[in-house]
Design a binder for this molecule. Structure first.
Ligand code: SF4
Length: 304
């Protein structure tokens, strides 16, 4: 039997997941976070193994296909002091989990999603996933893909995500800095990570991306941050337009950031003071036979 230790790993040699996990661990260390206060939540797929392969002693939950966000939201709402990072693939988040992906945006929960975007279902031998473009034929497909792709950046912005960015798995330094920015951001953050899968995606390879990716902040006029409510529509429209750029040049960096939108935790606290005053995960559920749950307090506040 395999022994699961922090040293054990079965990703294929050269997989972009190595860059992602390295950037993630460096970011956690440089942010000075206590690893025990970080929860890494994953779905199903090659990226689902991320929590197992951490060398830092984080808490990890390897959940169900498409449901990583539901677990992550529950964890964050029950203990708002935790830093919650979701690692999930494009098939997991934009296929079976697409409903959760959209509705998480409406809530703006204060956490970070790292989308391992490789265009294939790598764990099950390379079928086309939702970000593979129409007409592309990776090596496991008998014919070119007949479906249009999902644009994760545009979908996230239109769903209410307040930090939307893209990075590249082999540019660990760039990804690390974006992860730090995404963790610091107040609200729901998405980083769409271009992740080569050398085993099954023979189109979007390291060579393909190396000559195409460029950094948005190399343009001194690019300013994705909303600082006043009246800027929101304009910045959103510019980010959506930029998200359509794909081909000879592929932009990476922050597309859109807006901290003026209240997080879900702030919205709940606005409805129920007890949520703000008492961390739900640290409240005893009973004391001397008397219920002491925060739910009890919230219900009392709601009594009319
Ligand atoms: Fe990485 Fe692809 Fe191998 Fe999965 S199949 S571990 S995504 S290279």
């Amino acid at each position: 039997p395999k022994v699961w230790t922090p040293e054990w790993n079965d990703w294929c040699p050269g997989c972009g997941n190595f860059g992602i996990i390295n950037a993630e661990q460096q970011a956690i260390s440089e942010l000075g976070l206590t690893p025990e206060d970080v929860v890494v939540v994953s779905g199903i797929g090659c990226s689902g193994k991320t929590p197992h392969f951490f060398r830092l002693p984080i808490s990890g939950v390897h959940t169900l296909h498409g449901r990583a966000l539901t677990f992550a939201i529950g964890i964050k709402l029950s203990n708002p002091e935790l830093t919650v990072i979701v690692n999930a693939g494009d098939g997991d988040q934009l296929g079976i989990g697409a409903g959760h992906f959209v509705n998480a945006g409406r809530r703006n929960v204060d956490m970070l999603i790292l989308l391992h975007d490789n265009g294939v279902y790598g764990l099950t031998k390379g079928q086309a996933s939702p970000t593979l473009r129409r007409g592309e034929k990776t090596k496991s497909l008998p014919r070119p893909n007949i479906n249009d792709n999902v644009n994760p950046i545009a979908l996230a912005i239109s769903s209410g995500y307040t930090f939307v960015a893209r990075s590249y798995a082999y540019d660990v330094k760039h990804l690390k800095e974006l992860i730090k920015a995404g963790v610091r951001h107040k609200g729901l953050a998405l980083i769409d990570i271009l992740q080569p899968c050398p085993t099954y995606n023979d189109i979007h390879t390291k060579e393909y991306y190396d000559k195409r990716v460029y950094k948005l902040d190399s343009d001194p006029n690019w300013d994705p941050v909303v600082r006043k409510p009246e800027e929101e529509g304009d910045k959103m429209a510019k980010a959506m337009l930029k998200s359509l750029e794909w081909g000879e040049k592929i932009p990476i960096g922050i597309f859109y950031q807006n901290e003026l939108v209240p997080s879900y935790e702030e919205r709940i606290a606005g409805n129920a003071q007890s949520y703000k005053q008492r961390n739900p995960s640290k409240v005893k559920i009973e004391d001397g036979g008397k219920l002491t749950t925060i739910i009890d307090d919230i219900l009392k506040e709601k009594e009319v």
